[in-house]
Design a protein around this ligand. Structure first.
Ligand code: SF4
Length: 260
C-alpha cells in the first residue's frame, strides 16, 4: 500500500506529451533488460539495509558489502549498536569514508530505533528522515527495497545522470529529479524504476564514457553519442546479463568487451 509522502501530497509538475512518450519507452526497454532489478547492497533485514544504506553515502555498494558482515556479526540488532562505543564503530566502518559522522549517525539511529520503535525500522518517510544520517534517498531505498512500499523514486548520482541524459528532467537537485520522474511514471513502477536507473547508470550509461552503441535506450535517447548496434531487445538482454554479473563477467568478449 502506498505510504503517505510529502512529495506525493504536493502537485507534481506537468509534463509534455513528448516526454511522457519517451518515458513509456524507457520503462518498456529497461524492464526488458532488468525484469526484477535488485539493490546491490547485501542485507537480511530492514535494519541491515538501513545501516548499509547510511554507510553507502559517498562510497560504493561493493565496499559496504565488505564492511557489513563483520559489523552485523558484532552488533546484530539496533540495541547492540546503540550500546557500542563511538571508537569501536568508527574502526568498524572506517573504510567507508566519513567514518566519524557515519559512526555517530549509526549509533544515534540505533538508539532511536531501539527506544522509540521497539527495535523495528519505521515504515514512513517522515519517521525515517528524522533518523540521523537518513535523507530522502535512504528512506526511499529502505521503504521500497525492504518493505516494498512505493513512496518515491530513489535518485542517486547515477539515476540523476541517466534522467538528465534521457531529458526526463533538467534538474540537478535529486528531489526535483524525483518529482519529475514521479510525474512521468506510474506509482507501481517507482521502486523498480529507481533500481533500474541506478543500475543502468552504473553499468551502461557511465559518467565519463557512456556505452551508447550497446545501450537498449539508444534510439530514444536525445544524448546518444554513437549509433546503436543491433536491435534493442538484444542490447537489453546483454545489459541484463551484465547487471546480473554485477559488471564482472567471465566471458569478457561477450559482455564487457562488447559494451566497451
Ligand atoms: S544512449 Fe548513451 S547517453 Fe543515452 S542512456 Fe544510453 S548510454 Fe546513456
Amino acid at each position: 500500500m502506498p505510504a503517505k509522502s510529502p512529495l506525493a501530497s504536493v502537485n507534481l509538475p506537468s509534463m509534455s506529451k513528448e516526454r511522457k512518450a519517451r518515458a513509456k519507452k524507457v520503462l518498456e526497454r529497461l524492464a526488458a533488460a532488468m525484469p526484477e532489478p535488485e539493490c546491490e547492497l547485501d542485507f537480511k533485514s530492514p535494519w541491515q539495509l538501513l545501516v548499509a544504506t547510511i554507510l553507502s553515502a559517498q562510497s560504493t555498494d561493493k565496499m559496504i558489502n565488505k564492511i557489513t558482515p563483520a559489523l552485523f556479526a558484532k552488533w546484530p540488532e539496533p540495541k547492540d549498536l546503540a550500546k557500542a562505543s563511538q571508537e569501536d564503530v568508527e574502526v568498524a566502518v572506517k573504510s567507508s569514508g566519513f567514518f566519524h559522522n557515519k559512526a555517530k549517525s549509526l549509533r544515534a539511529t540505533a538508539t532511536i530505533v531501539t527506544t522509540e520503535y521497539g527495535g523495528e525500522v519505521p515504515k514512513t518517510v517522515d519517521e525515517l528522515t528524522r533518523l540521523p544520517g537518513v535523507a530522502r534517498k535512504t528512506a526511499n531505498v529502505v521503504l521500497g527495497t525492504a518493505y516494498r512500499i512505493s513512496n518515491g523514486v530513489t535518485i542517486d548520482t547515477h539515476a540523476g545522470r541517466v534522467s538528465r541524459r534521457l531529458e526526463l528532467t533538467e534538474h540537478d537537485d535529486p528531489v526535483k529529479v524525483e518529482k519529475d520522474l514521479m510525474a512521468l511514471f506510474p506509482q507501481k513502477s517507482w521502486i523498480d524504476l529507481g533500481h533500474r536507473f541506478v543500475l543502468h547508470g552504473r553499468y551502461v550509461c557511465l559518467a565519463r564514457k557512456p556505452k551508447c552503441t550497446l545501450c537498449p535506450l539508444n534510439e530514444i535517447c536525445p544524448s546518444a553519442e554513437a549509433k546503436a548496434s543491433g536491435k534493442w531487445p538484444e542490447r537489453a538482454e546483454r545489459e541484463g546479463a551484465l547487471v546480473r554479473a554485477r559488471g564482472v563477467t567471465e566471458d569478457k568478449s561477450n559482455l564487457e568487451a562488447g559494451l566497451a
